[in-house]
Design a protein. Structure first.
Lengths: 170, 170
DNA sequence: TATTGTTATACTCTATAACTATA
DNA sequence: TATAGTTATAGAGTATAACAATA
């Protein structure tokens, strides 16, 4: 695939005495062509993810939850007693980056940490009533946001998109 | 959607004399349930993007190009004379973050900066022969990587995925 | 010996405000 | 007055190495 954007703005640049007029050294671009990048899954997935997350950030500010906070709280909500290690494996996070996040959630009273029933090294993470109530609202808001975000997709297209994305990372 | 993961490891915890045995306070999670998160476009798009980019980083290390470097060079390659401002708009980057990147590409001899033909404030970015040659190889490698990455997708599914992602961010 | 959770730390990425030169 | 490019800087996100406690 060669340069697919031949439309340039060119100054008249009347050169003096040239039977075969040489091309101008400099040229300007009228419309930027990104058609090559648009053939790449990585580029499109990244752009789409960032666009969605942008709206997510605004909507979730009310709950004080950034994307990773949200996903961590959601997993704890649906898996009370889950350990940090399990969270890392499920969400592809690194343990050191989870420590401060967990502490913050505990300080806010959204979760509490209880000893693991069988493994003395591990700690089970449980939602507090406040945390559970917050997540019920937050997940509803996230689901509402999904519908707004995918307004340009049919329900079937949205389902297809989810399935195809999961084929990539699962 | 309530808790869809009832499978817990529970210690027998034989309580003393209780006709209605109370549930254990602590419980462990056997398998982490992420089914709610998997209904969200943002979560899936982000996970997929990060998975793809992980492979991209490894493959492109040979060319010394990170994802943003690659996309910037690709746009310059296909749009010689493009300005920083146009790059920012096309790739959703912020001007201050592009400055160091452009300088680095110029220092490496991959691009050169020429005065804009009509706007004295702007600078046109052009690939050097070395930059153009590098990008020809890098884009071929990226395209090869795409095929490997989407091995679990049919050609039609891959096309569908690209189109649906573009409906999200374009 | 391997694993869970933690600390310290470094590096990258992204975002904001303010300045200059030109349109 | 508005725009292109730049500088300085702050903040968030992500990465590795090493340690204590427990399996």
């Amino acid at each position: 695939m060669a340069n697919a954007n031949p439309s340039r703005t060119q100054r008249p640049s009347r050169r003096a005495s040239s039977s075969a007029p040489s091309l101008p050294v400099v040229s300007a671009v009228e419309q930027v062509d990104t058609s090559y990048l648009q053939t790449l899954l990585g580029y499109n997935a990244r752009r789409a993810a960032l666009t969605i997350i942008e709206g997510f950030l605004e909507r979730m500010a009310e709950f004080g939850l950034r994307p990773v906070d949200f996903s961590v709280m959601s997993v704890i909500q649906h898996n009370p007693g889950v350990t940090s290690r399990q969270l890392c494996a499920a969400l592809n996070l690194l343990p050191p980056n989870l420590v401060g996040l967990i502490q913050s959630l505990e300080t806010r009273g959204l979760i509490h940490r209880l000893p693991h029933p069988t493994d003395g090294r591990a700690v089970g993470l449980h939602p507090t009533p406040e945390g559970a109530a917050l997540m019920q609202k937050a997940e509803q808001a996230a689901t509402d946001l999904e519908e707004a975000r995918s307004a340009r997709l049919t329900a079937a297209q949205r389902k297809t998109l989810l399935e195809l994305l999961q084929k990539i990372y699962l």
